[in-house]
Design a protein around this ligand. Sequence first.
Ligand code: ARG
Ligand code: ZN
Length: 844
Amino acid sequence: ETIFLKDYTPPAYLIDDVHLTFKLDPTKTRVLSRIAFHPNPETTDRDFFLHGEQLSLISATVDGKACRPEIADEGLIIAVPDAPFIFEAEVEISPSTNTALEGLYMSNGMYCTQCEAEGFRKITYYPDRPDVMTTFTVRVEGDLPVLLSNGNPAASGDGWAEWHDPWPKPSYLFALVAGDLVAHPDSFNTMSGKQVELNIYVRPGDEHKCAFGMEALKRSMVWDEQIYGREYDLDIFNIVAVDDFNMGAMENKGLNIFNSSAVLASPETSTDTNFERIEAIIAHEYFHNWTGNRITCRDWFQLCLKEGLTVFRDQQFTGDMRSHAVKRINDVLALRGRQFREDNGPLAHPVRPDSFVEINNFYTATVYEKGAEVIGMLKRLVGDADYAKALDLYFERHDGDAATIEDWLKVFEDTTGRDLDQFKRWYEQAGTPRLTVTDHFDNGTYTLHLKQETPPTPGQPKKDPRVIPVAVGLLNPNGDEVVETTILEMTEAEQSFEFKGLAARPVPSILRGFSAPVILQRDTTNAERAFLLAHDTDPFNKWEAGRALGKDTLSRMVTNGTPPDNAYLDALMAVLRDDTLDPAFRALALSLPGQDDIAQTLFDAGLTPDPDKIYRASQTLKQTLAQHLQDLLPKIYAEMHVPGPYSPDAEAAGNRALQGAALSLLSRLDGGSAASRQYESADNMTQQLGALSCLLTIEKGEAELAAFRTQWGQDRLVMDKWFGLQVTYAAPERAAATADRLTKDPEFDLINPNRFRAVFGALAMNAAGFHDPTGTSYNLVADWLIRLDALNPQTTARLSTAFETWRRYDGDRQSLIRDALERIQSTPGLSRDTSEMVGRILNG
Ligand code: ARG
Ligand code: ZN
């Protein structure tokens, strides 16, 4: 059944407050609810319906009188007065058999919850929709040392605890945790002088992995006060680490629940990338307290209202903590890798979708990452000062509301007087615009002609022109900047912009900072790209020029068998040598375009990508690059050595990134001897794992892999790396067999999403391995998705996106994939989540 945005109706009844009592038991948890309802004065609709799934109803009363509700598949219907009343119910649920990890479930003996988006209905009967907000009082009874819920602690005794959350919230922000946990405590003084108690709760044995997360939390709290004027609003803020979790983390009010991979960190077990991701996720969930919790979403179509904005905020935070240039490049890499892939395939949907079958399928790169890009464009268009004013107005006007994208845009209109009707298309139209640029120079005047076009996407054959902020700068032929970054505001399908009074034909630097999520198409030369790589003042476009060179070289190697372009190799050498450049930036410049990126580029050019050829060209290019840089690599490797004890800060991490990039090329020349030495001497996971990856890439490292397992067998998160690594670095013809072998390992665990993703997420990302022409990988993935679906629909549906690019490939591969997808689709009892995804992939 499809739900449409246009069918939104306000709730018939609202809630004054709710009291919940949990009597915890692995298979027979009792949930007692007392809900004070009143008719919603904003509507005449009086149909009373409470969501509820997989619940056994023990009893129900209305105003104290027992009643016999009608129980349907998805909820409960009952006659109620057209006046305030109290509904009470008792239900029984079984957390220990809940493998979907949605609602109340158990992970390693600990009780925990995940309610977003519609999981609360698996806990009790309730209007489980975000526009019904109320205050919660929760009593937790259980024979466990730690009993937590949202809000402030109210009272506790032996085997029970009560919590009260004074801030009205929707049910998706409810949380409960109970278990044998230990706290890593701290505290924070807010800008108005209130003291907040902070805790990170973990399983005994993980205490030494909390310090970094706690520091990140405090930095996030300071940052939100300083940059957005947002103060924390409860006496306590708790974070809990859970091993079995479908996503990264969840912003439940005052009780954030995290996938342990997104919070636990130590130098010995976590890489620099892990540290940075943890810092970003802690910030993200904390920032939701204002953008998500105090102001929430009216309905799930508005998901980007909280997610796009919160991602944008966490990106700003990371930029401020580390490097804006490096952060922007990494964000664009992720956007192109996941969102462009989605936007240019069968799963394309608008940032604000207008229909869905299963909302869990819309926690996508489009809603999150493109949602953040849309906010970045808005900020670029109105300027920093008006952005700040608009945000102040947003918080002032909508605090306590369940709001919409219309509300969001209105604060910008009211602040700036701008009409944002056309801008709104960014929320409504799916697909990535192609921005084609041509130019000419005549008598001191330089003209840029811009043309935009968005290809059709499922359900949206025709697209209207959007507002595109195009940041442009001009350089003169000696490499000096003659026109600083200017925002061209494109609103038409085709438009020209003039720059007057120039002495010579300039070299344009277009889409600086990646000012809009579009695909820039412009005929240019490699000489010009090399010029920009050397001279552009915009760090993003400087990197982008190198990237474009790399893409051009690789694409020509794949399609014409051309040898690697020397201009590209020389340009990379110049970047590598330039020690005025940030090492993290140099490491990024050195990384080659991914194989999936090349496949999409070739497909866009009307060709059929061959994953094997792309793989082989990438290998050749890396080998040639290694040889080209052979004198420089040992020097860089030595120079980038970070002395002293490990620190995850951006500068040290940047040095290690460049050192790792050098090592990976060096390993292709020295047979892995430097990598073996690094493996032996490493005192941190970044260098241990980096060295092991280099060895596996050159088909060595067998002994190290075994030693790694012996060393880390007891650490779940490190073992996820051990699983993932082998699939990631398997040669294409061995990828499926490696994944298959790992599923037979005693440590493989279908129930644990991190472990499942370590194997199958990695297989899907090993482009040539996944697209093995025999179809073994397709079949293996299909087999395991079918098995997992019966246990965990959300993670299954998410991983089915491995197949979303299938129409790019040749007829043989397409028919193998079609068979695999049809086999999944015809599985009896397939979940709504997976069947929606597979259906869209097949038919979109
Ligand atoms: N709101 C959470 C976050 O972005 C993610 C929740 C994901 N929920 C889901 N059903 N996929 O931080
Ligand atoms: Zn979020």
